[in-house]
Structure formats: C-alpha cells, structure tokens
Ligand binder design. Structure first.
Ligand code: SAH
Length: 225
C-alpha cells in the first residue's frame, strides 16, 4: 500500500509516522508513506499557500492552485483509490473505515489548515471526507497521522503477530477483553484463575463473555449496530 499525505506543516507528521510499528512497517516494505510539502507546489517567491476568504470572514483559506498541482501530479504517476480530505464535517472515522482503507492500493490524504480549504477542492478533487471526532484541530496533520496509524497496523505482516489486530476493540463490534501478564499475584491483586488453567476452550469462552459484558456496560451502542 502507498499513502501520500499533503500538508503545509510536514514537520508535524515526522515523529508519529517514523517510530515503532509504523517505522518497521515502512522498513519491511509493507507500506510506503510519502509526505508532500504543499509549498513545493507554489509558483511565487514567497511560496504562498493561503489567501483571504471571499466574503470577508475571519481566518485564511488554503488556495486551490498548489493543491490542484500536487494532486494531479500524483495522479499522473499512478491511480489513487481515494483522495481523502480531513475535515470536522466529514464522515466519522471508525474501525470499519480503517478496515476498508487498509484494503486499498494507493490513497492520498490532504490535510487542511487555517480556516479550511477552498471549497472547490472538496467539490472537484476529493473523493472522501473524514472526521476523527466532534472537535476542531488546528490542522489535519494529526488526523492524517491517526488514519495512517490505524490503517497501517492492519496491513498483513505490519504487526508481528498478525492475529493480534483481529482481536482488538471494535472488530466484530466488541470491546477487547481484559489482558494480564506476570506476576500472577501483585500485592494480592490476582489475575483471573481461568487464564492460568491451560484450558484453551474455557479461556476463549471467558474472553468472549468478558468482551460481551464490557461492551454491554461501556458501549451498548456497538451491540445495536
Ligand atoms: N473552519 C473549519 C475548521 C478548520 S480547522 C470548520 O469549522 O469546519 C483546520 C483544519 O484542521 C481543517 O481544514 C481540517 O483539515 C482539520 N481538522 C480539524 N478538525 C478536524 C477533525 N475533527 N477531523 C479531521 N480533520 C480536522
């Protein structure tokens, strides 16, 4: 898979995308992540990416030309399955969407900044608008990092133990059961006996029960879906 991220603040993406599992996934060739500085697609000396809004509102607006140049340049090199814009009014992001994106070959993620982007970009160039939650960020970079992180860990081979991603929260609309490691007794706080029984059928039954009970009490909305 290849993920191209377009931003006016590339520095914001460097550390989230270059440590731990995301770094190893790139080194292992499971994903290629390219960050594009929108200023490289400007044609004036001051490398302007924003301008005043028509209608005289407060805040600056990301200009159409650099975004158009960058997206069309990428599209001339390969086919993109989605051109995503991060936006608080986009479709709410969830595990279902992460799963879907992880099956695609090439995606572009455009990060907004300032007051937002010229609406014509959204009308003509964007195929999917995604919100990571009902709150407003200063820019789309952290949203792009979240989308990228959640997608990459689903790619086969990206996580050492492949089964692990399938037993996470939200797969099957269930929260994950509690997990423990050694010591089995810490200051009298004990690990549930069943996990040390060695009876794998019983352990699995216990985990399923726990997942169901936790979902019922913490996120009953997931069970209704
Ligand atoms: N004026 C806009 C908010 C601009 S915030 C509005 O009211 O909708 C600047 C940029 O941050 C946005 O263009 C978007 O790319 C990003 N952003 C902010 N909140 C976000 C969220 N919840 N999810 C995804 N992207 C977000």
């Amino acid at each position: 898979m290849r993920i191209d991220i377009i931003t006016v603040v590339p520095e914001l993406l460097v550390s989230p995308l270059n440590e731990s599992i995301l770094r190893r996934a790139q080194e292992g060739g499971f994903v290629e992540i390219k960050i594009h500085n929108l200023r490289d697609y400007t044609d004036d000396k001051r490398r302007t990416v924003d301008d005043y809004p028509f209608g005289g509102e407060a805040g600056m607006v990301m200009k159409i030309e650099p975004v158009y140049r960058c997206i069309t340049a990428l599209q001339s090199e390969r086919h993109y399955d989605e051109v995503i814009f991060t936006s608080p009014d986009g479709v709410p992001y969830n595990q279902h969407e992460a799963n879907r994106l992880s099956t695609l070959e090439n995606i572009i993620i455009l990060c907004g900044h300032y007051k937002g982007i010229d609406y014509r970009i959204r009308e003509h160039l964007i195929t999917r608008e995604i919100s990571i939650g009902d709150y407003v960020l200063t820019g789309g970079e952290l949203a792009a990092a979240i989308i990228t992180d959640s997608v990459v860990r689903l790619l086969p081979g990206a996580i050492g133990d492949e089964a692990s991603a399938l037993t996470d929260c939200f797969q099957d609309n269930l929260l994950a059961p509690p997990i423990y490691t050694r010591p089995a007794d810490f200051n009298g706080w004990k690990v549930p006996q069943v996990l040390m029984s060695g009876n794998f059928a019983e352990i699995e039954r216990w985990q399923e029960e726990q997942a169901y009970e936790r979902t019922k009490s913490l996120r009953p909305d997931l069970l209704e879906e």
